[in-house]
Design a binder for this molecule. Structure first.
Ligand code: PTJ
Length: 255
């Protein structure tokens, strides 16, 4: 289907098309299309822009990533479909390992996603031969690489499910999530929840990583003073402020 450039929701429709194509190619799963719809609905509430509190969390995420000894970026079907290049650029900037980790795991999907990441420039992609398990996690997401997610100290988990985020936190890892749902279990359990859209969040984190590489003291200060509860409060206040603004506008329109 051709989407006219003049359509007011051109970008959003193109993103949807990208995901549908990824589903047809066996990269994304149908459940991923549902997850995308949920994310998009939340993004409307944020005005489809990075909020100030999200930017604070993105800088904190970058601080933890540059200080990490064994950072890993976890990639699933939606993330590969929407942001393969952004993942590769961010991982190179940190530098971090990249590991494919799927909820709806099949060897074919892991292979296709790894190929996509390599086509986007990744030199090494883990995920095809998991040799360890995340303890107390029953889903396929428990299957990880010993030299990747299993032994990582900081894991970036975009579009994660809450169970694995919880399990990774139990393993005492710093878990950085990217999830537009400010109420999800992932957001509530991650060490650094980034409540922003994936393709905006990853380049922002990359920019901060590059800045903080030159200023390790500032990276230490940010990681030390980051306040998750305060940041989430700011996210909720931002949403409240947006909705109140919309309600005032609606009242004026009605008069
Ligand atoms: O590829 P697989 O098999 O690993 O499966 C991937 C999905 C996404 C289906 C799986 O991880 C899943 O079921 O995730 P959930 O539990 O639906 O959570 C995904 C979260 O990501 C939801 O809270 C959405 O609001 C959020 N989300 C969706 N699209 C975006 C997003 N957040 C940021 N940016 C997006 N583009």
């Amino acid at each position: 289907m051709t989407i006219p450039r003049s359509h007011p929701r051109y970008t959003s429709l193109m993103t949807r098309e990208k995901l549908v194509r990824a589903w047809k190619a066996g990269v994304a799963v149908p459940e991923g299309l549902i997850a995308h719809g949920r994310g998009e609905a939340f993004d409307y509430l944020f005005g489809e822009e990075t909020s100030a509190p999200a930017l604070v969390a993105e800088k904190a995420a970058a601080a933890f990533l540059v200080r990490a000894r064994r950072p890993v970026v976890s990639v699933n079907g939606n993330v590969a479909a929407l942001a393969a290049r952004e993942v590769v650029h961010l991982a190179a900037a940190i530098p971090a390992r990249v590991e494919v980790n799927l909820f709806h795991r099949s060897a074919g999907r892991v292979g296709r996603i790894a190929r996509m990441l390599r086509q986007a420039g990744a030199r090494e992609v883990l995920g095809a031969r998991p040799d360890a398990r995340i303890p107390r996690l029953d889903s396929e997401r428990a299957r990880v690489h010993k030299e990747g997610i299993y032994s990582a100290d900081v894991v970036l988990v975009p579009l994660e499910d809450g169970d694995r985020a919880e399990a990774l936190v139990r393993m005492h890892k710093v878990v950085i999530s990217v999830d537009l749902n400010p109420l999800s279990r992932t957001t509530l359990t991650a060490t650094v929840p980034v409540v922003d859209e994936l393709t905006r969040a990853l380049p922002n984190i990359e920019k901060f990583v590059k800045e903080l590489h030159g200023d390790p003291k500032e990276a230490d200060r940010i990681a030390r003073t980051y306040d998750k509860a305060g940041n989430l409060r700011a996210v909720y206040s931002f949403m409240n402020w947006r909705l109140r603004g919309l309600a005032r506008g609606a009242r004026r329109r009605k008069r």
